[in-house]
Design a protein around this ligand. Structure first.
Ligand SMILES: C[S@@+](CC[C@H](N)C(=O)[O-])C[C@H]1O[C@@H](n2cnc3c(N)ncnc32)[C@H](O)[C@@H]1O
Length: 392
């Protein structure tokens, strides 16, 4: 079927409508005329791939990765668009999610555009963590989009040079379900494996504890702990959060979903000795307390944010950096009760951010500053940082 492609939608698709039917088309760009092939039919819509481009968009480029495209590696969504066009697509998704789901006034999003992060290789060579799936013969690869089938790539174009040069992809990983590589500040890469039917990583070789430095702080974390995968992300997000929150001497602050304590460390330095910072994180591999030990005014609580936050009392400032599912209503209600003067929400999923934003509005908080960053070039993903302040 030949269709004219409409706007981008969340999930790395563009929408095409034909005779009242809706198609979510991958590998296409708005305005293009393309031939599509249905990949999955649902009751009220269908997913499709653009398999032939009849009228290309001026934003279209030859994908820099030979493994990208319909029926090939599913890791990247936008290899066929210029990096500038990718950021425009993501800005449109952000606008739609925050206005339609979040109920945010469109005027608040005026001029908000997904910004590039500084990186010498541009949209390539940035990914410091890679996990490959392993097939029954022990060969690693990356999965096709929404499939268990593997594509046996030579090397991933968005991974860092050090990961590209590691010979993980040429080795036999017989019996394993996955193999992963971590490119931190350490001399050696950390390599881990996962057995089939478990998500638990086993350290294989390289350092068990890896290091990441931001400003003057050197974080030591487990090889399997969370860390932002783009090298420029952590310092940029920290600087943005501090610029948004404007912490004052003597204030109290929470770093919720703290990981290694990236934001807690910046807040601890900013609020001074008379201030107090509490970080909450549930993964022991993050070593949050150990990383904050140098800050006399900061401490960590290991556990679930939703369970712990209601007992923490009141606070001046909050950084909220939840996983892809968002913080959820329980946490938002606890924040409403704690009544901070400012909440900095760091979001890797615009839909979850939008849902939490609409709950924050009920608690009397509105977004007053918004920035977004292309922390995952070539993919549909991006990071959004929003400052929420009490309505009056
Ligand atoms: C997006 S990461 C942010 C980490 C950190 N703020 C950073 O920038 O490096 C989310 C973190 O929340 C943690 N986490 C996930 N669910 C949690 C929960 N229910 N309670 C506490 N921590 C949680 C994860 O282990 C992860 O470290």
């Amino acid at each position: 079927m030949i269709v004219t492609v409409g706007d981008v939608a969340a999930g790395g698709h563009c929408v095409a409508r034909v005779d009242g039917e809706v198609y979510f088309v991958r590998h296409a760009l708005p305005g293009e005329q393309v031939r599509i092939q249905i990949t999955d039919r649902k009751k009220r819509f269908a997913f499709a791939d653009a398999v032939e481009i009849l009228e290309p968009s001026p934003d279209r480029v030859e994908p820099p990765c030979p493994w990208a495209g319909p029926g090939r590696c599913g890791g990247c969504d936008f290899q066929h668009a210029t990096p500038e066009a990718q950021r425009r697509l993501k800005s449109k998704v952000l606008f739609d999610q925050l206005t339609r789901i979040g109920g945010i006034d469109p005027a608040r999003l005026e001029g908000v555009e997904v910004e590039a992060l500084p990186w010498p290789e541009g949209a390539l060579g940035w990914r410091t963590r890679m996990q490959y799936a392993v097939d029954e013969t022990g060969r690693p690869g990356l999965r096709e989009h929404k499939s268990h089938d593997l594509v046996h790539i030579d090397w991933c174009r968005i991974a860092t040079e050090r990961i590209r040069e590691a010979d993980v992809l040429t080795q036999d990983w017989d019996g394993m379900g996955a193999v992963g590589v971590v490119d931190a500040d350490d001399e050696q890469l950390a390599v881990y494996t996962q057995l089939r039917r478990t998500a638990r990583p086993h350290h294989k070789n390289g350092p068990k504890l890896v290091h990441q430095t931001v400003g003057d702080t050197r974080f030591e974390i487990g090889f399997d702990a969370f860390w932002q995968v783009h090298p420029a992300a952590a310092p940029t997000f920290l600087a943005t959060a501090l610029e948004f929150l404007q912490p004052r001497e003597g204030e109290s602050a929470w770093d919720l979903y703290a990981g290694a304590g990236l934001f807690a460390s910046g807040l601890a330095a900013a609020v001074g000795e008379s201030g107090r910072v509490v970080a909450v994180e549930n993964a022991p591999a993050s070593r949050t307390a150990a990383n904050l030990a140098a800050f006399k005014n900061a401490g960590a609580i290991e556990g679930d944010v939703a369970a712990i936050t209601p007992d923490l009392g009141s606070v001046d400032l909050v950084v909220l950096d939840p996983p892809r599912s968002g913080a959820g209503p329980e946490v938002v209600v606890a924040l409403g009760e704690a009544r901070p003067r400012a909440i900095c929400y760091v979001a890797c999923d615009a839909g979850a951010l939008a849902r939490d934003a609409s709950d924050l509005a009920i608690e009397g908080y509105e977004p007053t500053r918004i920035r977004a960053f292309d922390a995952f070039p070539m993919t549909q993903h991006f990071e959004t940082i929003v400052l929420f302040e009490p309505v009056d």
